[in-house]
Every structure is written in C-alpha cells, then in structure tokens.
Design a protein around this ligand. Structure first.
Ligand code: M6R
Length: 614
C-alpha cells in the first residue's frame, strides 16, 4: 500500500511527481504530499485527501519549482488520514528538517525507535511509523562524514519490518536515496534524469528502461547515474529491463471508469493468457517448471492467495480435484502462513496474485518453498516480488489492471488454473489425448464466449438500477457456482458498499435464511446441470420468504425458472469452465450498482489495489 515516486533531472520535477502520483493512486489515496528542493531549501507540501487536493494546496502556496523531489500517496496504517500524518516526513531536531522521507510498508519496531529518539531530543509531529525513519536517518547522519546512502544503510539495519523508502537530504540537493525490503521499488533510467517509483506505471511516461531494486539493496539516484549497493555497501551490477507494454493500456480509453474498461477487456486478457500456452492441441508449461515428471509426482496441491485471487483459487481447486483426482486445497494466505500447514516435499504450492506483491501471499509462498514444496506463481505484474521468488511463474497476460476491484486479472487467473488442471489430468492419465484436444479447443473458445456474455451489459444495468438501493444482497450457488458467488459478492460490496454475503446454496437454511425478508435481493447461480434442481429448491426457499431472485444460468437450464424475477442466460460452455462466464454479469451488476449509488468505482473507500502490509 502507499505509492512512492521520486524524480531528479534537469526539468521541473513537480509535474513529473504529480503525474507519477496519479498513476500510483490505486495503491492508496487518503492523503498525498511532495518534498522538493527549492531555492528556499527543502520544502514539503502535504495534505489529507486526493492528489487533486495536493495540487490545489501547492497552487495556494505559490507553486513549487524544483528539479529533484519525492512524492507519496498514502493508505493509512499508523495514524488516521490527516495532514500531519501524510508523507513526506521530515527528520531533524527543533523542526529543522534536513531529511525528508516517503515510505511504503510497516516499521514494526517504530515504538521502540521513537522512545529512543525522543530521549535524544527529537520531537514527533505525527503518529506514523515513518517519522521514526526520518529522525533516525537525521540522528545517524548528523555530525558524521558519511554520505546519505551509507546513513540509510545504517538506518535500515536498525529497522524491523517492511519498507520501500525514498529519502532526500539538504546536503545533496540533486540526489534521492532509495531502499527496499518486502515492498516494491523500481528505478526508471532516463536521459540526464532518473526516477524511483513503487511501480512501472509511474515512470513509463518518461522512460521504458528500469532496474528492479531487490530486498536489502540501497540505490543512489542522481540525474547523471544510478548506483545500487547491497546491504554490505558493495556496488552491484543490476540488469536493466525494458517495459513491454504501452502507455495506452494504463489509460481509460474513452470509458468512464477503469473498471468497466477492464471488464470489457476480459476476452483479450483470457485469450492472451491461453493462446501462447496451447500448441498442437496440448498445453505447454515448461516455462514455469511444471514438467510432466513433476506433475506426475505431485502428492497434494495447495492454492494460496487473498481476496479475489483466492476466489479464483477456489474455482481452481474444484476443477483440479474433479479433473485430476489430486487432493487440492484453496487457502487464505494470511491463515496458511501462521497455521503450521502440512506441506510435503512432493507438494505443489500455487500462489495466485495479480500484483505479485501481496504481503500474506508472498509470506505463504516463502513458507511453502522452505518446506520443500515446488512453488508456481500465477501473477499478472511482470517481475514482481512473487514472480521473482517463485520456483516457476505462469504470467497472466491481462495487462495493467488499474481499478482496485479486479476483473480481467481474475478471469485470466481462472484460465491459468484451468490450463494447469488440464495438463495435470493429461499427464496423470485421467484424460486421453482426444480429451485434451477437446479441452484445449474449449479453452481457445473462452474469449469468444466471454465476449458473447458481455452482451448482457444493458440487462445488468437495468437490474442494477432497480435494486441499487437494497440494503443487503445474498449470492447463492453450489460447487463452482458457490466459488463464483463468493467473488460476485466481494465485487459488489467492495465498490458499492452494499452489504452482501455469499452462501453455499444448501447452507443458507442453517441460520442465514432468517435474514431473508420481503424484497431482499438474492442472486442465484446455477450453471451445473447436475445441480439445477437442487439450486431451484433453494431458490424456492428464499422466494417463499419474500426474496426477489435474479438467476444466472446457462442457455440450457432445465429447471423451473418461473420462480425467479430475472433470468440472465449465459452461452453454453463446458461446465468446468462456467465460472469464467457466470462472473461476467455479476461484475457488471456490481459496477452499475456502484455507479447508481455514485460511488468512487475505481478507488473505493478504505481500500488499495496492492496490499503490501499484513
Ligand atoms: O494482487 P493480489 O491478487 O494478490 O491481491 C489480492 C487481493 O487483495 C485482491 O484480489 C482484492 O481482493 C481485490 N480488491 C478484489 O477486487
């Protein structure tokens, strides 16, 4: 969470910092600030609220002209969103800020550091953990000959926790020092200018060349060059990478919100993920180390993830178990990492993450790796920490996803999990060559089926308009439909703030049905022919208690639909892959309900896209 950016060059840094912050706003947006070297010295402007508020404040304060500066967009962890808790934080005694710091992460021992620094005469202005870093750097820097980078190295050795840091000091007005541990940081390499940023979207308008800073490394960034050191202060020769996607992918392209743009991009996201992996009617996975030999030997599969990625994993678990007859669990990463899970050396751990930076997912993967399991990461962000640390990586080629609510990355994750399932089933002899060929054809057909499903857009908009004012919504389904219902429910609540719950359809009557009353909206999913009748009887149970039911089902639904108020029909597809279609109308429902309720669709309250803290 939190986005950090820094620029040092010959041009005015402020527009670059502001543009960078806008592209990082998805990482947190409760306050923003910049620190820059001006003729008058080191100036900090910061405010609670969005980046637009910061721009306003800078204008009110007479502008800010500088060629080197750092900026921050915050998702509060320590201290409420407020002007004084906003970053950058100044380090120095008596309000004489010689050092300014922006930070993404959590300093676990900040209380202890704070007490010690207070004893040395430092007065704290905020409740944040970050301010301790600013004062600590000042404390270690004052009166010593060491350069800033050496001081930052010394400071991070005293820090417990996670951080990506951008530090500037009055002593070096054209230099930014950056450091990272467990939080992402890239360094953009330009011509006579260089940048730091939490991710590539903040640098891509200036350069497509970048370096990834690894854990415990510190970088000195100046207009004419970048030096990266390891934790022992030794200079490293870091590989320079090139961005492979173009800027337009991170823009709205005429849509009102990123979310609807990304919903509409799902056929492409799924097609790009599937196509390169199918060759000669067979699935090829050598890229991620999933060799046939390894797949044959797997004893258990653990899918570990958070949020929507976990919901994709829950679909994957069901598909894998039914196709491959291998025991497979889908587990919440934040639980898995602390419950001493039973992991065997022949187990496969699949971690799923759009950002590739989710703290709990990363920790769970490290745990599985340590226990000897082979780890494969299904990740969207190229070169993210999870992608780099996994034994093998299977990229979802969904392109940059900006809306906080994931849609296209989720769909691409499902496709990746289906492919893993088909391959395991084939290698272990559960399906024939002919079956694999037919399944590959179904996978190739998915983008077209998703495209056809998107035609329900207007219908979902009408349904959303009608029910947008409901206080509570329930989603029901069995098996794969239950896994999809969980995702549908999360989508609705996270962006529209409507309370919603997802239930295994047969489970509702064990308590929750007491919440159903006249007018309650219930969305039922029924895409599995073998379970149609069962789900219909659960629908009857809620209808007879006054619920209005929207049924999402397939073209060949054979149950009694007369009990439902609205039917949303999906094109016919292989029932194992049905979650890829049933989620589409429900993403649209969530989107239009949020629009109808005038919510900030792309940046819902209290959230951030990438959850890099526990
Ligand atoms: O980047 P990740 O896929 O690891 O993120 C996991 C969750 O934080 C994420 O899916 C979250 O639940 C989304 N906001 C849901 O739309």
């Amino acid at each position: 969470m939190c986005g950090i950016v820094g620029f040092t060059g010959r041009e005015n840094a402020l527009p670059v910092l502001i543009k960078g912050l806008y592209s990082l706003e998805y990482r947190g947006y409760d306050s923003a600030g910049v620190a820059a070297f001006t003729k008058e010295g080191l100036r900090v402007v910061k405010t609670q609220g969005r980046i637009a508020n910061l721009e306003e404040k800078i204008k009110e304060e007479g502008g800010l002209c500088c060629t080197c500066g750092i900026g921050h967009t915050r998702w509060a962890t320590h201290g409420e969103p407020s002007d004084r808790n906003s970053h950058p934080h100044l380090g120095g005694k008596d309000g004489m800020g010689k050092v300014a710091v922006v930070h993404n992460g959590i300093i676990e021992n900040y209380q202890d550091l704070r007490t010690r620094l207070e004893k040395h005469g430092y007065a704290f202005q905020s409740e944040t953990d970050t301010e301790t870093v600013a004062h600590l750097i000042d404390y270690l820097h004052t009166g010593k000959q060491e350069d800033l980078a050496q001081t930052v190295l010394a400071a991070v050795q005293r820090i417990r926790g996670s951080y990506a840091l951008g530090v500037v000091s009055l002593d070096n007005p054209d230099e930014i020092v950056a450091a990272r541990r467990d939080n992402p940081l890239v360094i953009g390499l330009g011509k006579e200018e260089n940048m730091i940023a939490s991710d590539i979207t903040a640098i891509i308008s200036r350069t497509d060349r970048y370096i990834i800073l690894d854990d415990n490394e510190v970088a000195i960034v100046r207009p004419d060059g970048v030096t990266v050191m390891n934790e022992f202060g030794e200079t490293l020769d870091k590989p320079v990478q090139t961005v492979t996607w173009d800027m337009s992918a991170a823009e709205k392209g005429g849509y009102e919100h990123f979310m609807i743009k990304e919903i509409m991009e799902q056929p492409k996201a799924v097609g790009d993920t599937v196509r390169p992996r199918i060759q000669n009617d067979s699935i090829l996975f050598e890229e991620c180390g999933l060799t046939d030999e390894r797949l044959r030997e797997i004893e258990n599969i653990h899918i570990v993830a958070c949020g929507s990625a976990l919901h994709a994993g829950m679909v994957g678990k069901r598909v894998i178990e039914s196709m491959c007859r291998v025991r497979c669990s889908a587990e919440v990463a934040s639980e898995f990492r602390y419950e001493n899970p039973i992991i065997g050396k022949k187990d496969l751990c699949i971690v799923v993450s759009q950002s590739g930076e989710t703290a709990d997912t990363l920790a769970a993967m490290r745990l599985a790796k340590q226990a000897g399991a082979f780890t494969v990461a299904i990740v969207n962000v190229v070169s993210s920490t999870i992608a780099r640390e996994a034994d093998g990586v299977l990229y979802t080629w969904a392109g940059p996803e900006i809306a906080v609510a994931t849609t296209k990355a989720y769909s691409a994750q499902l496709a990746a999990l289906y492919m893993i399932s088909v391959r395991i089933a084939r290698v272990r002899g559960h399906i024939s060559i002919g079956d694999e060929k037919a399944l590959c054809a179904e996978l190739r057909r998915l983008p077209r089926l998703i495209e056809q499903t998107l035609a329900c857009k207007e219908q979902m908009q009408r349904i959303a308009t009608r029910y947008a004012n409901r206080a509570s919504v329930f989603f029901l389904g069995r098996g794969l439909d239950y896994a999809a219902a969980l995702e549908a429910s999360l989508k609705l609540k996270e962006i529209s703030y409507v309370h919603s719950e997802a239930y295994a359809a047969g489970e509702l009557k064990h308590g929750t049905i007491s919440l159903i009353e006249k007018g309650t909206l219930v969305v039922a999913l029924a895409t599995q022919p073998a379970l149609f009748e069962k789900t219909v009887s659960n629908i009857r149970e809620v209808v007879s208690r006054g619920a209005s039911v929207v049924l999402v089902t397939t073209d060949d639904f054979t149950g009694d639909e007369s009990v439902c108020r609205h039917i949303v029909r999906l094109p016919k597809c292989l029932s194992e892959f049905s979650a890829s279609l049933s989620i589409i109308p429900l993403q649209l429902l969530a989107y239009y309900v949020a629009v109808e309720r005038s919510c900030d669709v792309d940046k819902p309250r209290n959230l951030a896209k990438s959850v890099t803290v526990e």
